[in-house]
Design a protein around this ligand. Sequence first.
Ligand SMILES: NC(=O)C1=CN([C@@H]2O[C@H](COP(=O)(O)OP(=O)(O)OC[C@H]3O[C@@H](n4cnc5c(N)ncnc54)[C@H](O)[C@@H]3O)[C@@H](O)[C@H]2O)C=CC1
Ligand SMILES: O=C([O-])CC(=O)C(=O)O
Length: 358
Amino acid sequence: MERSAEASRRIARISSHLQPPSSQCPCDGDIEWTWKLMMEEISLLRRSNCRSKGGASGFKVAILGAAGGIGQPLALLMKMNPLVSVLHLYDVVNTPGVTADISHMDTGAVVRGFLGQPQLESALTGMELVIIPAGVPRKPGMTRDDLFNINAGIVRTLSEGIAKWCPNAIVNVISNPVNSTVPIAAEVFKQAGTYDPKRLLGVTTLDVVRANTFVAEALGIDPREVSVPVVGGHAGVTILPLLSQVNPPCSFTTEEIRYLTDRIQNGGTEVVEAYAAAIFADACLRGLRGDAGIVECSFVASQVTELPFFASKVRLGRSGAEEIFPLGPLNEFERAGLEKAKKELAGSIQKGVSFIRK
Ligand SMILES: NC(=O)C1=CN([C@@H]2O[C@H](COP(=O)(O)OP(=O)(O)OC[C@H]3O[C@@H](n4cnc5c(N)ncnc54)[C@H](O)[C@@H]3O)[C@@H](O)[C@H]2O)C=CC1
Ligand SMILES: O=C([O-])CC(=O)C(=O)O
């Protein structure tokens, strides 16, 4: 098919963002502006956080896998969150150093570090939100499912701890493959008699963050003004951006839809980040506080399709995922994508369930 001039222009603009910035980069002004904005936001956060200094108000949050590539920046971002009063950092290595580092930040949350299985009980007792980025990450050429053999066991052990020591906590599962690790945690909680589907949430926010960014680039607008629902799961074709439901409403050519869908589905091979996990944790805390209208996409126990778990928009409240929204009208491309996503998801979910039931 011949590429339209407009589609080529948009794709060239998106692709240019893949290049590392150079000193000659014409967008240097943008970078400076973004940096300035970020520093202003950090300073605002610090000021609002100082008001809760001493850890008197706010929630108790644990990060399991806190010394890793996602865990460390996530710990930093959670230490800056004014809704956090106590922050427990647990890992099997390096937590004393990471904890010392994070604890010197002059924000309100009290930080404590925990090292190794014998300290898991103390790390978890009393926690209201537990975030799990523990486990191995992908190397080039690997799929998320290639991580199953190692991460399934890690998530099982940590979920057993949660069932024993903080069974009422909201749990955010980041460790991949999310499509299987969430069902694993659910099975562990079922066996322990503590399962509440509303409180177990797989983190797919990164797919939404990427979708917002790439769509904003294509449209030439600020990503903060864009909202793209991403449903299904968190791996390859199970990541299904609903480009027909972008807010603000917009339209794309078939070629753009294919390009953007592929880029969103494969964004994890470009870069991974803790920012999205922090956004999702913050949304869970605002829900716990009772704020109204907190809606994020998440991989949860669901009746939106015939599958037992599915990612879609959920409303977060005091008891976790309090409402799960239907997918809304899908176009032909999305309906075909949904069928592919469901096929792969069914296998990944079953793999997680069988790992515990075997
Ligand atoms: N859902 C999502 O959007 C994302 C998921 N991920 C996933 O998060 C996981 C972590 O990624 P990275 O931080 O980059 O890996 P990493 O290797 O840098 O860090 C993992 C950390 O987990 C710790 N760990 C291992 N076994 C543990 C156990 N039994 N208990 C507690 N901690 C344990 C390790 O010591 C290490 O500090 C990976 O599975 C990755 O695929 C990463 C980015 C985004
Ligand atoms: O892709 C990975 O390996 C990590 C991840 O889940 C993401 O970045 O979306």
